[in-house]
Ligand binder design. Structure first.
Ligand code: FES
Length: 109
């Protein structure tokens, strides 16, 4: 079984437009997923980082939501909300290249 340094769960749940909870799919979840997966491959992190699609992570009105589970004790589990195709690469650089939580999008529970 593969062990990764980081597991990234990206919510791609879709609800009807009139649902007051909102959802991540209409906010660009597939684009975020694609960008992160592409970055993992192009930067040579295939063995270290696994990006997967997930169901609802229960931060619906603040999506796109993703959670990163990191083997490094300092990073642990980090939740991000408001991820989009514009800020996804900044998050990637910060969290995965510099090993620092990307604070502008961090959700503190
Ligand atoms: S729909 Fe994405 S967190 Fe609920």
């Amino acid at each position: 079984m593969a062990r990764y340094q980081h597991l990234v769960f990206v919510c791609s749940n879709r609800r009807p437009r009139d649902n007051p909870k909102g959802s991540c799919a209409p906010k660009g979840a597939q684009e975020v997923l694609g960008l992160l997966k592409q970055a993992v491959h192009s930067r040579g992190f295939k063995r270290n980082i696994r990006v997967v699609e997930s169901g609802c992570l229960n931060c619906c009105n603040r999506g796109v939501t993703l959670v990163v589970q990191s083997a490094e004790r300092e990073l642990g589990e980090t939740w991000y909300t408001g991820v989009n195709s514009t800020n996804a690469m900044e998050l990637f650089e910060s969290h995965f290249i510099h090993q620092r939580v990307y604070e502008p999008l961090e959700e503190d529970f």
